[in-house]
Write a protein that binds this ligand. Structure first.
Ligand code: HPA
Length: 278
């Protein structure tokens, strides 16, 4: 394995030492492509650059900031990770989910994963949001593979319902309060970095996928293994390949993220309020 338990512990100890007195968060958010500005709305925030955190990987994606922010939203402490690690960047699965395991050592029990995704379901529109009900992973690597310290969970664990039902209920209440459409659906994980072919999207649709993306699923697996409750939200940044008669581009994904940032912030704020007691 790439990391020893001591490495995770050193990272967690470093972060703990930077936190404000009494800061103890049971909730964390990992922000996806172009969605990193949400962290700006946290109060009394401490900002840690990923570069300064021992053993932490460094993100190579320009639309991901690489900042760990600990702050308060409506009086509720949260860890907000602005920037994530993707398999397509060349990281091993252990690196992709490193932060999730550190969050677990820090006592986090609820994890919100956000991403930008391509919409497969033709009833969805660009700029709308989808709450993940389940995922599809058609690719054989897993962050749970190998000899993990028992602190990060058992080797075999239930994945019947990876996205927590009560958190999903709270998310729907939050969306209703914010007046924002929140679809529900299945997220298909593709390892990328190339976007999918039109035939792959037809395959994913026939398998029951509603959206497709290149993140979130490894973190979901590691978090469930650690015993966390997980919620996933996609910003639908584009219609998936072959649905419209137009090529896909990363610029589109980022610019839809920027245009939807204000809406996404409102949605996340409402959702965080609603999950506080759940
Ligand atoms: N495919 C894969 N990943 C993505 C897409 C897509 O269409 N849009 C945003 N991330």
């Amino acid at each position: 394995m790439l990391y020893r338990l001591e490495d995770y512990r050193e990272t967690a100890a470093y972060i703990k030492a930077q936190l404000a007195e009494g800061f103890l968060a049971d909730t964390a958010i990992i922000l996806g492509s172009g969605l990193g500005n949400f962290a700006d709305c946290l109060l009394n925030a401490r900002l840690l650059s990923y570069r300064d955190i021992p053993h932490f990987p460094v993100t190579t994606v320009t639309s991901h900031k690489g900042t760990w922010v600990c702050g308060y939203l409506d009086g509720q402490p949260v860890h907000c990770l602005s920037g994530r690690f993707h398999y397509y960047e060349g990281y091993r699965m252990e690196e992709v989910v490193y932060a999730v395991r550190v969050l677990s050592l820090l006592g986090v029990k609820k994890l919100i994963l956000t991403n930008a995704a391509g919409a497969i379901n033709a009833a969805f529109r660009v700029g709308e949001f989808m709450l993940l009900t389940d995922y599809l992973k058609l690719f054989d690597d897993s962050p749970a593979r190998g000899q993990l310290p028992p602190e990060f969970g058992p080797r075999f664990f239930d994945m019947t319902c990876p996205y927590d039902r009560s958190l999903r209920k709270a998310a729907k209440k939050g969306a209703a309060a914010a007046g924002i459409t929140l679809h529900e659906g299945v997220y298909a994980f593709m390892s990328g970095p190339q976007f999918e072919t039109a035939a792959e999207i037809r395959m994913l649709r026939s398998l029951g996928a509603d959206a497709v993306g290149m993140s979130t699923v490894p973190e979901t697996i590691a978090a469930v293994q650690c015993g966390m409750r997980v919620m996933g939200i996609s910003l639908l940044s584009n219609m998936a390949a072959g649905i419209l008669d137009a090529p896909l581009s990363d610029d589109e994904v980022v610019s839809v993220g920027e245009r939807s940032a204000e809406c996404f912030t409102r949605l996340l704020k409402e959702i965080l309020t609603k999950i506080a007691g759940v």
